[in-house]
Design a protein around this ligand. Structure first.
Ligand code: GLP
Length: 248
């Protein structure tokens, strides 16, 4: 694991965007798995800008879903699909056939999990996984206490996730369950970039980096991955016991 601290969320996001762009240039049919939420939004904005500026071709890139809220329609602007549609799929003209996304409204959620498991196998694994750290240390919807050998599964959401998750929705929603790739699939990705910004994440960042690696802090498993990068801004890094130097 390599830890980098950037002065600002914008600098962190530019760097993360550079990794995504470089991968797609080197491997146009790369398999990407992208988190949603406030953390990576700015990264995706820079990906779109760079792709347009340098004419990077995303027409062969493939997308695997990381997670989705159960029982929320894909068309709801708060859904993970909608977020990525707005920030990445539409601006980069990534077509339906390139995307394999969880349907959180599927009648048979087990079959939904199995089809994603099968797809990951068919595409020979995920090349790059972009993760955000949830306030409680979750990655995707792998909540504290999750088993680390699960594949795609339906998760009962932690109380913190139910409350924090309301920020993505304009109306009243009841968030009970999520559908998510499992820790074993996240760790099988060839490369992981995990992001955190802002002082609200400083406590969970400190716990992730300084406490024992365990399923109580699912994000801590990323530390064991041989090709993982953790990108923090200065605010997210402010409570670390040893302040790493800031990227120039
Ligand atoms: C959400 C998503 C995760 C995301 C995390 C952090 O619930 N399911 O994929 O990475 O929580 O979100 P944010 O970046 O808004 O803090």
């Amino acid at each position: 694991m390599r830890l980098s601290v950037f002065k600002t969320h914008d600098e962190l996001s530019r760097s993360a965007a550079g990794h995504i762009i470089q991968l797609v240039i080197a491997k146009p049919n790369a398999v990407l798995c992208l988190a949603t939420g406030n953390t990576p939004g700015l990264t995706y904005k820079h990906v779109v800008e760079l792709a347009k500026k340098d004419q990077v071709d995303f027409s062969r890139a493939r997308i695997i879903s990381l997670d989705e809220w159960v029982d929320i329609p894909r068309t709801n602007p708060g859904s993970c699909y909608s977020f990525l549609h707005e920030h990445i799929f539409a601006p980069l003209e990534i077509h339906h056939e390139q995307i394999n996304f969880f349907n959180g409204q599927a009648v048979d959620l087990i079959a939904e999990c199995q089809q994603i498991d099968k797809k990951i196998h068919e595409v020979d694994g995920i090349d790059l996984m972009v993760l955000g750290i949830g306030m409680n240390g979750h990655i995707g919807f792998n909540e504290p206490g999750v088993s680390n050998n699960l594949k795609a599964h339906v998760a009962e959401l932690d109380d913190a996730t139910r409350v924090v998750g309301k920020k993505y929705f304009s109306g009243e929603v009841e968030l009970k369950r999520g559908i998510t790739l499992g820790i074993s699939q996240i760790l099988a990705a060839k490369k992981i970039i995990m992001l955190a910004n802002g002082s609200s994440k400083s406590d969970i960042v400190k716990r992730t980096l300084e406490e024992e690696i365990s399923n109580f802090i699912p994000a801590s498993f990323v530390l064991n991955h041989p090709n993982s990068f953790i990108f923090l801004d200065e605010l997210a890094a402010e409570k670390l016991s040893q302040r790493p130097s800031v990227n120039p």
